[in-house]
Design a protein around this ligand. Structure first.
Ligand code: TXA
Ligand code: MG
Length: 315
């Protein structure tokens, strides 16, 4: 298959209407979209990514009126979070409308819904005229793509179209919040932080993936975000020697930065989050063997950043 690369949301949307897959930019990472009501198209998403079929997809909308076809009811908590955070990097898990094909939600009776805040994503979703399921547009197990070139590296020839945009602003996937229970539970940390959610609904808590909440978020059991290189978490970078097949990313410069094969010093946690996945990919291309990632405080965006780094460090 020849993959069309375009900057036109309307050209890209035609692929969706013809049952093909389109990678498109959002403010978090690039997504790999298909018409949610076209079962064959949704099946192609799993095939193109090599994604296990028990990992549910997120539905993307451009307008709240599209919610009706996706969910059975908006709970009061969800309503509050929608008012405060839509459009944006937040996915809400709610009970699904029976009209949504089971393949999209991996057979679950719940569905994740998100309204991206990115203008190109918005134009594209509007032109599609249907809600679009979209996982991150990477091959399963690889770091999520934050540039269209990263999408191309993984999916060229496997999908109909890539809608070109800039490097994504956030760089980490959306915050996923389960709103089906008595209090909201954060299944995946993201740029909408626990602290911000608690300002709206104080009893919001992080999922305890070790214990009872484990089956709630099927995707989290898979290895994610991983470069081929080994990832090692470090605190302050007091390296005395470094080898030429090692890399470092963090907020503080190590004393002898020169001998690293790749090094990225970020001005703040936002820049660190935005750069992490692309840095992982660059390290793989350069044949780096070990990537040292400096730990940051697990608060605010730092919680999401450390979640991704720790996952990447788990073999
Ligand atoms: O920022 C994002 O969320 C990006 C962009 C493209 O929107 N999408 C994304 O999708 O990261 P994906 O498929 O790579 O990650 C979705 C995560 C998975 O961990 C999945 O298990 C979880 O959300 N998820 C989806 N639907 C769910 C549901 N009904 N219940 C619990 N977890 C769900
Ligand atoms: Mg993903």
């Amino acid at each position: 298959m020849k993959t069309k690369i375009t900057q036109s949301p309307t050209i890209a949307a035609r692929f969706i209407q013809h049952g093909e897959l389109v990678a498109f930019p959002t403010e978090t990472v690039y997504g790999l979209g298909a018409n949610i009501f076209d079962e064959d198209a949704v099946r192609k998403v799993f095939e193109a990514k090599g994604r296990p079929s028990d990992n549910p997809l997120i539905a993307h909308i451009c307008d709240l009126s599209q919610m009706e076809s996706l969910i059975s009811e908006i709970t009061p908590h969800a309503q509050k979070l929608i008012e405060r955070f839509f459009p944006g990097p937040l996915t809400l898990v709610l009970h699904k409308n029976p009209g949504v094909p089971a393949i999209a939600t991996a057979g679950l009776d719940t569905i994740g819904v998100r309204m991206p805040g990115h203008p190109v994503a918005h134009q594209f979703l509007r032109a599609c005229q249907v809600p679009v399921v979209a996982p991150s547009a990477n091959l399963s197990g690889r770091p999520s793509p934050t540039t269209w070139q990263d999408v191309k590296a993984d999916l060229d020839g496997r999908i109909g179209c890539i809608l070109k945009g800039d490097q994504t602003e956030v760089g980490l996937e959306s915050t996923v919040v389960d709103c089906t229970g008595s209090s909201p539970i954060v299944l995946r940390a993201g740029a909408v932080t626990l602290e911000q959610l608690q300002e709206i609904i104080p009893q919001t808590r992080m999922a305890d993936h070790e214990a009872t909440d484990k089956p709630r978020s099927p995707g989290l059991k898979y290895r994610h975000y991983s470069p081929s290189a080994d990832v090692t978490v470090c605190t302050y970078p007091q390296f005395t020697v470094s080898l030429d097949d090692e890399a470092y990313i963090g907020l503080d410069a190590p004393p002898q930065p020169a001998s690293f094969k790749k090094i990225l010093i970020c001005a703040n946690v936002e820049e660190y989050a935005r750069s992490l996945f692309h840095f992982f990919r660059e390290c793989d291309q350069a044949g780096v063997r070990i990537i040292y990632c400096q730990a940051v405080d697990k608060a605010g965006l730092g919680r999401a950043l450390m979640d991704r780094i720790e996952r990447a460090a788990t073999k």
